[in-house]
Design a protein around this ligand. Structure first.
Ligand SMILES: NC(=O)c1ccc[n+]([C@@H]2O[C@H](COP(=O)([O-])OP(=O)(O)OC[C@H]3O[C@@H](n4cnc5c(N)ncnc54)[C@H](OP(=O)(O)O)[C@@H]3O)[C@@H](O)[C@H]2O)c1
Length: 323
């Protein structure tokens, strides 16, 4: 089968379309004929050896995909013909993918596979952050950095579905338009966001959802309400911020780590429970990734490059079927 291989850690331009042996499903695993794969920020980092999860070279790139089950190992809860999405952390940029049942979810009827392919990582991370870590309640407010990005736009949609007051933070007017089109009432520019947020919510926000970090961190803490929580999800510019803890003490504020993958690792039922919890929103179209671009499979390097250039509005996908 064809797959996108990483043979050296020199960045997205050097990923290669390669011929590899198709995998075989074992106990409680499925073989998926991949239709579409979602492109996520970890792929960009993995091509440079900069992601916390490392794989031995060469490896097949790709964290998430959607397609059709073509074989099911002993004890699998899935059957041949099922439409599924999977989040395996590697191997999804391939014509065939073996995924454990624990990392595979059914795609509800009426949801297209191309939309499902862009959901697992971002929808489940947003759910983990807002529902399970923050325990956010209807009427509370959340400031979302990188709101037009893959994870950020999923958090905007989920926040709105949960009845939260969402304030998106973006770097350009075009990204602001996109976030408004998702239904967010408030969108502010990253430059000077603290003052803009103060005008909208003078008492501060209950939560900051932060996949960006960098030099915004201190202003994010300043934007919190009393008892507010800053949810730490990632560091897109690469710089890891430091916090002067007196700022937390003064407001009874908290900084909360949010590592979705680590939470799922020791519990085979975790992802299935989360998927069940969000399925009402998925089926109703409230969680429905905005597709920025669909790249042919052979153009994976260009697709990943979009994340590197910070140009993505929503989600970039690879079309694997028909390759
Ligand atoms: N904690 C977890 O469990 C978890 C799970 C999934 C992903 N993540 C992390 O979340 C982050 C975002 O992932 P994503 O898939 O949403 O990526 P994405 O689609 O590329 O979006 C990232 C956003 O970050 C903003 N940004 C600010 N500075 C940037 C820079 N120097 N380079 C690139 N983007 C920059 C951009 O928004 P503006 O241009 O509007 O500022 C961009 O829209 C990554 O760090 C990823 O590793 C964490």
């Amino acid at each position: 089968m064809k797959a996108i291989h990483v043979t050296q850690l020199t960045g997205p331009d050097d990923v290669k379309l390669a011929e590899v042996d198709p995998p075989v499903p074992g106990d409680r695993e499925v073989l998926i004929e991949v239709a579409y794969a979602g492109v996520t920020f970890p792929e960009l980092l993995q091509t440079r050896g900069m992601y916390q999860v490392k794989h031995d070279l060469p490896f097949v790139l790709g964290s998430e995909a959607a397609g059709t089950v073509v074989d099911a190992g002993p004890g699998s809860r899935f059957s041949v013909g099922d439409g599924v999405a999977a989040i395996t952390g590697k191997g999804t940029f391939a014509q065939y993918l073996v995924a454990p049942d624990a990392q595979t979810v059914p795609v509800p009827g009426g949801v297209e596979l191309r939309h499902a392919a862009g959901m697992p990582m971002n929808v489940l991370t947003a759910d983990f952050a807002l529902r399970l870590r923050a325990k956010a309640q209807p009427g509370q407010s959340v400031l979302i950095h990188g709101a037009a990005g893959g994870l950020g736009s999923a958090a905007v949609q989920l926040g709105l579905a949960m009845g939260l007051d969402v304030v998106g933070v973006v770097s350009t007017g075009e990204k602001a338009e996109m976030v408004r089109s998702l239904g967010a009432r408030h969108v502010v520019l990253a430059e000077g966001f603290k003052d803009a947020v103060k005008e909208i919510l003078p008492d501060g926000v209950d939560f900051v959802f932060d996949p960006v970090g960098g030099d915004r961190f201190t202003d994010s803490i300043r934007s919190l309400a009393t008892y507010g929580q800053l949810l730490v999800l990632g560091f897109t510019p690469g710089q890891i911020p430091e916090v002067r803890v007196n700022r937390l003490l003064l407001k009874n504020a908290s900084v909360v780590g949010v590592a979705w993958g680590a939470a799922t690792r020791d519990d085979d039922a975790y992802i299935a429970r989360q998927w069940e919890a969000v399925s009402e929103h998925v089926a109703a179209g409230r969680l429905n990734p905005h597709i920025h671009a669909m790249y042919p499979f052979a153009e994976a390097a260009a697709a990943i490059g979009e994340l590197d250039r910070r140009s993505v509005l929503g989600k970039v996908l690879l079309e694997v079927a028909g390759e």
